[in-house]
Every structure is written in C-alpha cells, then in structure tokens.
Design a binder for this molecule. Structure first.
Ligand SMILES: [Mg+2]
Ligand SMILES: [Zn+2]
Length: 240
C-alpha cells in the first residue's frame, strides 16, 4: 500500500475544519451581519455576498485582529490535525485543499494548526488585506472574464470538478488513488470525476450526502463519516 502514489483532496469548511469560516467570523464578531447572510443566501452569488459582508463589517469597525482571532479559535478537531500529520509522515501522500472559502481564512487556520507544510496546493477564492484592514475578497473565476463550463451546478465563483482535473494535469502522472474529503453540494461535481479505485469520504450532514442519495452516478467507493476521529481512523487503517 505505501508504494501507491496517493492524493488526498480536502474541502475546507465542515470537512477539514469543524465549522464554516464564512459564517463563523460573523457569528463571533457581527451577528447582525450573520443574519443578513442567512436572509440573502441564494439571492446574491455567495462569494460576492461574503465580500459585501466583509465591507459592512469593516464599516462597522470590525478589525483584522478580530477576524483573525475568530479564525484561530474556530472549531478544528485535533484528530484531523493528527490524521493529516501522520498520513503525511507515512510519505506517499500529496495533500490538496480545494475550497470555496478564501486564501486568507485558510492560511490563518492552517498556520495556527501547523498544517501549512502538509499541503502541496491550496486552490480557493483569492483574498487580501488592504492597508485599512478591510479583507478584499474576489471570486476564483473573475466575473468579467471567461466563465467555467460546469453543468453539474457549481457556483459561478469556481467549478471544483474543473479545478480537480486541472490539478491532475499539473501533477502528472496519474495518481494510483485519489481520496476526496467533502460535505457540501459543491463537492458533488469533483466526486463525479473519481474512479473505481478512488474513495469519497462524505460527511453525513450536508448537501453532498443528499445529492449522492438523490442523483447517484458515482464510480468511487463512498465512506460516510460524522466526526473527524473517523477520518483519522480511515487514514490510518485504509490509506497508510
Ligand atoms: Mg464544506
Ligand atoms: Zn462543477
């Protein structure tokens, strides 16, 4: 097993992390903006909505330090840190993070957990702090340029299936096994690209589980999990 060239792909919110970054930072610092997100989801493209929420929070005086502190204290299971660290130490696994959150949120949290060196690539929406302390967030796919061609229902900001295929193209030869850890409906598109020798680690709550039940069509093995300790166990017993 250990001679296999193996790739583990991680969704971030509710998959690697035990919370949703986009909602959590407002739950901690500006619950009225958290309510606004709840009331407007589906009416505005999600990345654009979070960019607006960040501008509103900045206008109300929420600081960079407050946002970063919320991220560093966000629930993140120690078993997930252990599972990733031990599997990486076994030597034959590449880790790729593919997320609809943003580069700043993921960077702050992975630094806090000591996981930055484990990840070969992080593909997500670009964000950066401006000098005033505003976090400026943009879509991965620029709305003014060519759009992705996804027919599976990925959000306009990114098609995770296309991003997964692009990762494979950048990192030839073909991986012997791909393991994808996800929970959301936008993880269904990349899951459809997995082969019979691959594995989907699907969290039991969330849109991915529902789409698999309703739409089917997956070629890979599906392993369901609820707590991060189960992911650690699969990494140890099946992937090492
Ligand atoms: Mg997720
Ligand atoms: Zn897609």
């Amino acid at each position: 097993m250990t001679s296999l060239r193996q790739l583990v792909v991680f969704d971030f919110d509710w998959s690697m992390a035990d919370q949703d970054t986009d909602r959590w930072v407002f739950e901690v610092n500006a619950p009225e903006i958290r309510r606004w997100i709840e009331d407007n989801e589906g009416k505005i493209q999600f990345t654009d909505m979070i960019a607006q929420a960040l501008r509103d929070a900045h206008a109300r005086g929420v600081t960079r330090a407050q946002l970063e502190n919320a991220l560093r204290t966000m629930p993140f299971h120690p078993a997930m840190v252990r599972g990733i660290t031990n599997l990486k130490a076994a030597g034959n696994t590449t880790f790729f993070c593919l997320s609809n959150a943003n580069s700043v949120y993921i960077d702050v949290i992975l630094k806090e957990k000591g996981l930055i060196p484990m990840f070969t690539e992080i593909i997500t929406n670009p964000a950066q702090w401006d000098p005033s302390g505003l976090l400026v967030l943009r879509r991965r796919v620029d709305p003014s340029g060519p759009q992705h061609a996804c027919k599976v229902g990925c959000s306009a900001n990114m098609c995770k299936g296309e991003e997964l295929e692009a990762f494979f193209a950048r990192h030839a030869p073909t991986y012997d096994r791909v393991v994808y850890v996800g929970d959301g409906s936008n993880d269904f598109c990349p899951a459809l690209r997995l082969r019979s020798q691959d594995m989907l680690l699907c969290r039991t709550f969330g849109g991915l589980h529902k789409r698999i039940a309703r739409e089917g069509g997956l070629k890979c093995e599906v392993v369901y999990w609820t707590g991060a300790w189960e992911v650690e166990e699969v990494f140890k017993t099946r992937l090492t």
